[in-house]
Design a protein around this ligand. Structure first.
Ligand code: G6Q
Length: 543
C-alpha cells in the first residue's frame, strides 16, 4: 500500500487542517445552531456527542474518505472473518468471537471457534457460580471468602478494572485481590489479609511463562503450603492459560485450568477465561450481559454506515488531532467513581496496541501514531491537572464519560457531579476572553482588575467528546470497552500498523531475565553502558 500520508485524502486533510486551525469552537457553534443535532449519535442506552471538536461537515466527510482510502471496512470485515490480521505473529484477532452468541458460529481453519468459546464459557460460569454460592469449598471444608487473581498486563488490568467497575453487582461476601507486580510488597500485603483455608488463587497467564506471574504464583503456593498439603492445592489454585504443559508443570491439574486461545490478545482477554474473577464477582447472568454489551457494539461496528459508526468516528477524531495538529496527549475523564481504573485499562489497550513505529511491511511510519493516553476520575482531576487542560500551552483532547443515573443516589450529589462534567466541557470549549475576564473582575479597582485579568483568560477551543450512558451496568461496561477496542482498531488500520503485537513488552521480559543473575549472584558483569554498570555495582554493594 502507498503510504497513507501520500494519498490525496491525507493531503486534502492537511490543507483543511490549516484552515480549521484559524477557527475557534465558539465560532463553529455560533455559525451553526444545528451542530449538536448533526454531531451526536445514539445507541440504546448511550449518547456520544462529538460536536465540541474542530470539525465541520466537510471535515467529517474528508475523514470518512480517509477511512475508506485506508480500507477500514475491508480490514474490519477480515477481523470478523477470522483472517490472520495480526501479521507479525500470523494470528487471527478474534476477541469478538468471545462475545458472540452460541448460535452465531464462526468457522476459522475448519473449526467453529464459537463452539469452543462457549464450551469454556460454560465451565467458567459453572465454576464461578460454585465459588459464589459456597458450593466450591476449600480443602478444610470452609467456603471461599477471598479470590486472588495473580497476573499482569492484559491478565490483570481488564479483570481488575471490571471487578471494580461492576462493584455494584458483586457478591458482597467475597473479597477480590489483584496481585501483579514482581515487587514482593504486592503479594506480601495481600497474603497478610487472607487465610489459606478460605482463599482461592487464580493464576492468570496466557503464556504461563511471565516472570512476575510465575514468581508471585510460586510465592502464593509456598505460603499456602505452610499450612496445607500438596493434596489441598486443587481446591485453592486454578489457572487460566493457553499453555497446558506449563500449567501442569507448575502443579495445577489441567482439570482446574480454563483455556483460551492464541487469537485472544492479552489486552483483549477480559472476555475470555481471564475474566474468571469478574464472573465470580458478578455471577453467570451478569457476565453474559457483559458479553452481550460487547457483542452489541461489535454488531454496530460491523454494520453501521461509516458516518454513523461510533468507533469509526471516534477513531477518526483521534487521527485528526494526532496527525494533522500534532497533539500527542489524550485524556479520558470518567465522571463515574466505578470507572476509576478505566483510564489505566485504556492506557494499555491504546498505547500497547498503537504505540508502534513501523508499518505492516516493516517500514518506518512517516506520521505520528498512538498518543499518550492518561486520565483520572472527575471531579478529582479538576482539583489537580485540569489547570493544565484549561490554561496550559498544550492542547489535550478529552473524552468525558458520565452516567445519566447514579447507582447510589445520595442527596443531590449526582446532579452536582453532572453539573461539574458539563461545566468542564463547556469551559474547555468557550474559554474566557480578556474582556470577559475584566468584566468578571468589575468589583475591583481598575489597576487591580488589569493586573489580574490576563491570569483569568482561558483560550478555550479545547476539544472534547462526551459519552453519556444510562447507568453503569455489565451491558454498558461491555459496550464501552468494545467501543474503545474498535476505535483503537480503526486507528491502527489507518496508520497501517499491527495493533495486535507487543514487541516492546517482550523486550522488557527478555532484558530483565538476562540481568537477574548479574544482580543476585555476584557473577562477573556483562557488557552494559556505564550508567547501568554503575547502578548494578551500587545495588550489589560492590562499591
Ligand atoms: C497484552 C500484553 C501483555 C500481557 C502480559 C501478561 O496484550 O501481551 O500485557 O498480557 O505480559 O502475559 P501473560 O498473560 O502471558 O502472562
Amino acid at each position: 500500500m502507498t503510504g497513507i500520508h501520500k494519498t490525496p485524502q491525507w493531503q486534502t486533510l492537511q490543507t483543511h487542517a490549516r484552515q480549521m486551525a484559524k477557527v475557534h469552537l465558539r465560532q463553529l457553534f455560533a455559525q451553526d445552531t444545528e451542530r449538536f443535532e448533526r454531531f451526536h449519535r445514539r445507541l440504546p442506552g448511550l449518547l456520544v456527542d462529538f460536536s465540541k471538536h474542530w470539525i465541520t461537515d466537510h471535515t467529517v466527510a474528508l475523514l470518512l474518505q480517509l477511512a475508506r482510502a485506508a480500507g477500514v471496512e475491508a480490514r474490519r470485515d477480515a477481523m470478523f472473518r477470522g483472517e490472520r490480521i495480526n501479521t507479525t505473529e500470523r494470528r487471527a484477532v478474534l476477541h469478538v468471537a468471545l462475545r458472540r452468541p452460541k448460535d452465531h458460529p464462526l468457522v476459522v481453519d475448519g473449526r467453529d471457534v464459537v463452539a469452543d468459546v462457549h464450551g469454556v464459557l460454560e465451565r467458567v460460569l459453572a465454576f464461578a457460580e460454585a465459588v459464589r454460592s459456597g458450593a466450591w469449598r476449600g480443602a478444610t471444608g470452609e467456603a471461599i471468602t477471598d479470590v486472588v487473581n495473580i497476573g499482569i498486563g492484559g491478565s490483570d488490568l481488564g479483570p481488575r478494572m471490571a471487578v471494580q467497575a461492576l462493584g455494584a453487582y458483586a457478591a458482597p461476601h467475597l473479597r477480590f485481590h489483584f496481585v501483579s507486580n514482581i515487587d514482593p510488597t504486592h503479594m506480601a500485603r495481600t497474603l497478610a489479609v487472607v487465610r489459606p483455608q478460605t482463599t482461592l488463587f487464580l493464576v492468570a497467564s496466557k503464556t504461563f511463562t511471565t516472570q512476575e506471574t510465575l514468581a508471585n504464583a510460586h510465592a502464593a503456593r509456598a505460603w499456602f503450603l505452610q499450612q496445607a498439603t500438596e493434596a489441598d492445592i486443587p481446591r485453592h489454585f486454578v489457572a487460566m492459560s493457553t499453555n497446558t504443559e506449563a500449567v501442569r508443570a507448575f502443579g495445577i491439574d489441567p482439570a482446574n485450568m480454563f483455556e483460551f486461545w492464541d487469537w485472544v490478545g492479552g489486552r483483549y482477554s477480559v472476555w475470555s477465561a481471564i475474566g474468571l474473577s469478574l464472573a465470580i464477582a458478578i455471577g453467570a447472568d451478569k457476565f453474559r450481559e457483559f458479553l452481550a454489551g460487547g457483542h452489541a457494539m461489535d454488531e454496530h461496528f460491523a454494520t453501521a454506515p461509516l458516518q454513523d459508526n461510533i468507533p469509526v468516528l471516534l477513531g477518526l477524531l483521534g487521527i485528526w488531532y494526532r496527525d494533522f495538529f500534532g497533539l500527542g496527549s489524550y485524556a479520558v475523564l470518567p465522571y463515574d467513581q466505578y470507572l476509576e481504573q478505566f483510564p489505566s485499562y485504556l492506557q494499555q489497550l491504546d498505547m500497547e496496541s498503537n504505540g508502534k513505529g513501523v508499518t505492516h511491511a516493516g517500514l518506518p511510519v512517516a506520521y505520528p501514531t498512538g498518543p499518550v493516553l492518561w486520565g483520572q476520575v472527575g471531579t478529582n482531576g479538576q482539583h489537580a491537572f485540569y489547570q493544565l487542560l484549561h490554561q496550559g500551552p498544550d492542547i489535550v483532547p478529552c473524552d468525558f464519560l458520565a452516567p445519566r443515573e447514579p447507582l447510589h443516589p445520595l442527596g443531590d450529589q449526582h446532579h452536582m457531579l453532572l453539573a461539574n462534567f458539563l461545566a468542564q466541557t463547556e469551559a474547555l470549549l468557550r474559554g474566557r476572553t480578556l474582556d470577559e475576564a475584566r468584566a468578571s473582575l468589575h468589583h475591583l479597582p481598575e489597576e487591580e482588575r488589569e493586573r489580574l485579568a490576563p491570569h483569568k483568560v482561558f483560550p478555550g477551543n479545547r476539544p472534547s467528546t462526551s459519552i453519556i450512558y444510562d447507568r453503569l451496568t455489565p451491558w454498558t461496561l461491555g459496550a464501552l470497552i468494545a467501543l474503545y477496542e474498535h476505535k483503537v482498531f480503526v486507528q491502527g488500520v489507518i496508520w497501517d500498523i499491527n495493533s495486535f503485537d507487543q514487541m516492546g513488552v517482550e523486550l522488557g521480559k527478555e532484558l530483565a531475565g538476562a540481568l537477574l543473575p548479574e544482580l543476585v549472584s555476584g557473577e562477573s558483569l556483562g557488557e552494559h553502558d556505564a550508567s547501568t554498570l554503575g547502578l548494578l555495582r551500587y545495588l550489589r554493594g560492590d562499591d
